[in-house]
Design a protein around this ligand. Structure first.
Ligand SMILES: Cc1cc2nc3c(=O)[nH]c(=O)nc-3n(C[C@H](O)[C@H](O)[C@H](O)COP(=O)(O)OP(=O)(O)OC[C@H]3O[C@@H](n4cnc5c(N)ncnc54)[C@H](O)[C@@H]3O)c2cc1C
Length: 596
């Protein structure tokens, strides 16, 4: 492919390939209304089947389930003495949040930085998720952070997991993060000591570390969850969670599966990537589906070396800025939109969205041979109600004779027996069950108890609703920063948000250092202002009400309007964070060193 062609393809409207305002009146409105009614019917069915919402899952994997959370890549725990020292900045978690923030902290001169990580290396998501076919779903030139700083261009349009993991390791080496890093270690308590103006950090390895600043970089999706299905522990075959892939059992190329009957539970983003590989190697594959994902075109290609060679320094920062600025509309487009009433705009957006979903349906019909299977694979909800997926090989896998879709039409399997999953009275006798059931979503302080001023645990502080400034600071938790949590702006490419958050955290720490502050804490007033901003903008969407249940909408649960993302737009989020840099003495309560 030529550089010009690559450039042309570079900004595909990957998730929203449709023009949101163009879909009016292509067909009679009753066509769209009928589809909307079907969407509502399918959503209601699922809500009725799972009234327990998020409680249908279990992420506290203990007792007989604890093996589902154990590290399958490094089973040996390296012996070491407990640590009792003090560092300036301590990250809980070693994924992209920690890595990209470190780059910004180094710029302001912070030296003693420690990562404490449950896994045996840095990488976070890309340490844990090594399932076959794992890759990012965002264009890699945007998703992988620090490409300018590391002078690196990813090998493919969509980077594969091993390359992303290697990139994480390169960043850690580049910024000297391995020196103080502690792996195979889980933070279990993080407590603020007002008298010392320090955080005390306790771990499951008997450490008692201290840190001036703590950054919760524990990940928006790093704690595996299982559906609460009866009998998981009674299964006599082998089983594991996709985030802890067992290559000892499967073989490094999945070669051991050639005489194995395999079941995969779940058809979300992970399963969509893993199924084609499993279909290639397993003797028999049963794919248990509750609700289908939307499968869009992926359009992957190897990076054109000529294009890569011509990239000028700062190329990634420019791409990121374009994302922040958003699409540029022509005057004609703006004028056309201005003529539409709010109701017309919503209707056009919905109709375009439905057109796109019907195109997704048509693609399924074109690819999948068996009519009943094709029908069952059709998602009946608006685009972006559930995490969209992009793949060229997922749908064709269902044409293979060794692959069977077991569509449970919203119900899920009824139990796991000794010999395999059961649905509709039938037991599927298998050797291996793979749980592609996802992760606990966006919780601050996983595995960990965060105790701030006045001995208040952070989830107790949030008991009447999450309270933060920018999703980053909470009053009463001085020198503590949260990344990738709620009340931050939503971007499909999460590293866009993390980069902005990392910049703000580095600026805050720099501010504290320059002003000889032992601690900084957001004022209750500014925190309240942000909560109100989140509430005001959340009213813009009724996704929770109208979407089929999934992790994007808390499985359809009613939730407080402040317990979600900031929907005021990424551009506005960035502007407000930039503005905050000039007002730090107003947004923070400063605790200064006593004069001698
Ligand atoms: C399979 C998969 C694919 C994804 N693909 C994309 C994509 O294409 N685009 C996109 O934008 N996002 C994607 N994401 C979301 C992804 O999580 C983010 O892109 C990003 O990697 C988050 O980085 P992070 O550092 O915040 O968290 P993580 O990468 O999750 O890292 C957090 C780390 O914290 C550790 N940790 C947690 N609690 C503790 C504790 N108490 N003590 C010690 N360590 C702890 C965890 O072990 C984990 O390694 C994907 C997620 C998954 C699971």
């Amino acid at each position: 492919m030529s550089a010009a062609e690559q450039k042309d393809k570079e900004n595909p409207a990957q998730f929203g390939a449709f023009d949101a305002y163009s879909g009016a009146n292509r067909r009679p409105q009753k066509y769209y209304d009928a589809i909307k009614a079907k969407f509502a019917e399918e959503r209601d069915l699922r809500l009725k089947l799972r009234p327990e919402g998020t409680a249908q899952f279990n992420s506290d994997l203990d007792g007989g389930l604890s093996r589902f959370g154990e590290d399958s890549y490094n089973r040996e725990i390296e012996e070491r003495e407990p640590i009792n020292d003090t560092v300036e900045v301590l990250f809980i978690g070693g994924g992209f949040s920690a890595l990209l923030t470190t780059s910004q902290l180094r710029e302001v001169g912070v030296e003693r930085i420690r990562i404490v990580e449950r896994g045996a290396d840095v990488g976070g998501t890309w340490y844990w998720n090594r399932y076959p076919g794992a890759a990012c779903d965002v264009v890699s030139y945007d998703y992988l952070p620090l490409l300018d700083e590391m002078d690196y261009v990813p090998r493919d349009h969509y980077a594969k997991a091993p390359e992303i993991f290697e990139h994480c390791q390169s960043i850690a080496k580049f910024y000297d993060l391995y020196d103080l890093a502690v792996f195979q270690t889980t933070v279990i308590k993080t407590e603020w000591h007002e008298d010392e103006q320090l955080w005390h950090v306790e771990t499951d390895r008997g450490d008692h570390m201290k840190a001036k600043f703590v950054i919760c970089a524990n990940g928006p999706m790093s704690k595996p969850k299982l559906a609460k299905i009866a009998g998981i522990e009674s299964f006599k075959g082998h089983s594991f969670h996709t985030g802890r892939w067992d290559y000892d059992y499967c073989g490094d190329q999945l070669q051991n599966l050639k005489d194995k009957k395999v079941a995969i539970i779940g058809t979300g983003a992970t399963a969509v990537q893993a199924v084609p590989k499993l279909a290639e190697h397993a003797k028999e594959l049963y794919v248990f589906q509750r609700t289908p994902s939307s499968i869009d075109i992926r359009n992957d290609w190897p990076t054109d070396p000529n294009w890569a060679r011509k990239l000028e320094p700062g190329w990634q920062a420019k791409r990121r800025q374009r994302t922040i600025d958003g699409p540029v509309l022509t005057e004609a487009q703006l004028a056309k939109r201005a003529q539409l009433s709010a109701e017309e705009k919503i209707q056009r957006q919905e109709n375009s969205n439905i057109d796109h979903m019907m195109w997704i349906h048509q693609r399924i019909e074109d690819i999948v041979d068996d009519e009943a299977t094709a029908e069952a694979l059709k998602p009946w909800y608006m685009f972006m109600c559930k995490r969209p997926c992009f793949h060229e090989d997922y749908l064709p896998a269902f044409n293979q004779p060794n692959v069977q879709l077991v569509d449970t039409h919203g119900q899920g399997i009824s139990e796991v027996t000794e010999s395999g999953p059961m649905f509709d009275g039938k037991v599927y006798d298998v050797d291996l069950i793979i749980y592609a059931t996802g992760f606990e979503v966006q919780k601050t302080g996983i595995y960990n108890q965060i105790v701030g001023q006045n001995q208040q645990e952070i989830n107790a502080y949030y008991s009447d609703g999450i309270r933060t400034l920018f999703g980053i600071h909470s009053n009463g938790y001085p020198n503590l920063f949260i990344m990738a949590g709620y009340q931050a702006s939503f971007q499909f490419n999460i590293t866009d948000v993390l980069t902005v958050q990392g910049g703000h955290i580095a600026a805050s720490i720099d501010f504290a250092r320059r002003n000889n502050c032992t601690s900084i804490d957001v004022t209750p007033e500014i925190e309240d202002w942000w909560v109100q901003q989140v509430i005001a903008h959340r009213g813009k969407t009724d996704r929770n009400k109208n979407c089929t249940p999934g992790y994007y909408n808390f499985e359809g649960e009613d939730n407080r309007r402040q317990d979600g993302t900031y929907n005021g737009g990424f551009k506005r989020y960035v502007e407000l964070i930039e503005e905050a840099k000039t007002k730090m003495d107003e947004i923070f309560i400063l605790h200064k060193e006593k004069e001698a």
